[in-house]
Write a protein that binds this ligand. Structure first.
Ligand SMILES: NC(=O)c1ccc[n+]([C@@H]2O[C@H](COP(=O)([O-])OP(=O)(O)OC[C@H]3O[C@@H](n4cnc5c(N)ncnc54)[C@H](O)[C@@H]3O)[C@@H](O)[C@H]2O)c1
Ligand SMILES: O=C(O)C(=O)C[C@@H](O)[C@H](O)[C@H](O)COP(=O)(O)O
Ligand SMILES: [Zn+2]
Length: 364
């Protein structure tokens, strides 16, 4: 078992525990509470039942399963409302705890519910996807989507602990694992290039899975510890996300997050080359690696006006100015303020394809 500390300035420090079979650890964490609400997606009903039984029998906690839709469908105001109603019915108090069990969509929702219920109750995150383990469950960003865009409503609310149980990944579909690898690649380009070497050695991410997960967690833990509320440095975790989130919005949240971020990183690498002179081998390494992993690297050209509109509501924007995370070099991210529009269009043209030239299949 590995324990990685997150020590956000001004907040209580907590651990990300990585291992296989962490139910006992979870029971120990919540023992002493009266109630726990385990928010989980439909796909994890059996796992949630096992967790609830264990919490009741081992930790003597009155645990309740709260089932929400799978994936992004859960990140909606009406689903948060459903969860609040259930918490009201079971009488969850400020001494009790919300547990987010699932992928990033579930942990984002559960975190938001915990942040808002009674103006904030304790939260424990149990990510069950690669993406949730390396990114979403850590760092306290919680939220939901609205028609105007991705994650536009939310709160910062750090968990008490994160239990990344590698055994849960056994049932994860391959396309979800691949989507999660996009955030692993992001961690590689912005902070830890050894991650890129490991993925180039085995693009499935399976042979080096544990090392990839732990290295990515360390990147995220270091960044959010230094800047828990995104006053500055934390923005680097948004590499590839300005265009990525816009794609998710324009596609009605039907694309996987990692797939959208993958296209967004190829775009950001092109912008880095055009605006800052990022060296070509590093820029080209993005597309080459993401394609080998099986992630998309192109997007339909005709959606550019809608993407631009969506990017204006990105949380990094200030007034009318767009801001992007770009690379000066490998592992050297920075913010690019209000770049010349011609450069942004030129970078987009490198990922843009006519509809007839787009690959078929379920690339998203
Ligand atoms: N808060 C943050 O810092 C942060 C960081 C990165 C991403 N995110 C968010 O995370 C979300 C994406 O998360 P995700 O990629 O984990 O996808 P997801 O939560 O949508 O899960 C993908 C699918 O896999 C199912 N699933 C989850 N665990 C499973 C398992 N072990 N076995 C079988 N099926 C399982 C889910 O029910 C869902 O259908 C996006 O909404 C994104 O915005 C948040
Ligand atoms: O933790 C962060 O900070 C991130 O930006 C991590 C991202 O991978 C993640 O997708 C996050 O939800 C994006 O946040 P947002 O503030 O751009 O909505
Ligand atoms: Zn992300």
């Amino acid at each position: 078992m590995t324990r990685i500390e997150v020590a956000p300035t001004g907040e209580r420090p907590y651990q990300v525990v990585v291992g296989a079979g962490l139910l006992g650890e979870l029971a120990e964490q919540v023992a002493g509470r009266t109630r726990a609400a385990v928010i989980h997606p439909r796909a994890l009903r059996a796992t949630a039942e096992a967790v609830v039984t264990d919490l009741r029998e081992t930790a003597k906690v009155e645990a309740h399963a709260v089932e929400v839709p799978d994936g992004e469908e859960a990140k909606q105001a009406r689903v948060a409302g459903f969860c609040w109603d259930v918490l009201g019915q079971v009488g969850l108090t400020r001494d009790d705890v919300v547990i987010g069990l699932g992928g990033g969509a579930t942990t984002d929702l559960a975190g938001f519910v915990a942040a808002t219920w009674l103006r904030g109750v304790d939260l424990v995150q149990v990510p069950t996807t690669v993406l949730g383990m390396v990114d979403a469950a850590i760092g306290g960003k919680t939220g939901i989507d609205i028609d105007a865009g991705k994650n536009l409503v939310g709160a910062f609310h750090h968990p008490l602990a994160v239990f990344a149980d590698l055994a849960t990944l056994a049932s994860l579909p391959a396309n979800e694992r691949i989507s999660g690898l996009a955030e692993v690649v992001k961690a590689g380009f912005i902070a830890d290039p050894a991650i890129l070497d490991l993925l180039e050695d085995d693009p499935s991410g399976l042979r080096h899975q544990r090392e990839l997960i732990e290295r990515s967690i360390r990147v995220k833990a270091a960044v959010v510890s230094a800047d828990p509320r995104e006053a500055g440095r934390r923005e680097i975790l948004n590499y590839g996300h300005t265009l990525g989130h816009a794609i998710e919005k324009v596609e009605g949240f039907s694309w996987r997050h990692g797939a959208a971020v993958s296209v967004g990183m190829v775009f950001a690498a092109s912008l880095s080359r055009l605006a800052l002179g990022l060296d070509e081998p590093t820029a080209d390494r993005h597309r080459a690696l993401l394609e080998r992993i099986g992630l998309p690297t192109v997007y339909r050209a005709d959606h550019w006006p809608a993407l631009l509109d969506a990017m204006r509501l990105d949380k990094k924007s200030r007034g009318r100015r767009l801001r992007f995370v770009v690379l000066e070099g490998l592992g050297r991210p920075r913010i690019l303020e209000d770049p010349d529009r011609a450069l942004v269009v030129a970078a987009f043209s490198e990922v843009a394809r006519e509809l007839s030239d787009l690959p078929g299949g379920d690339e998203r």
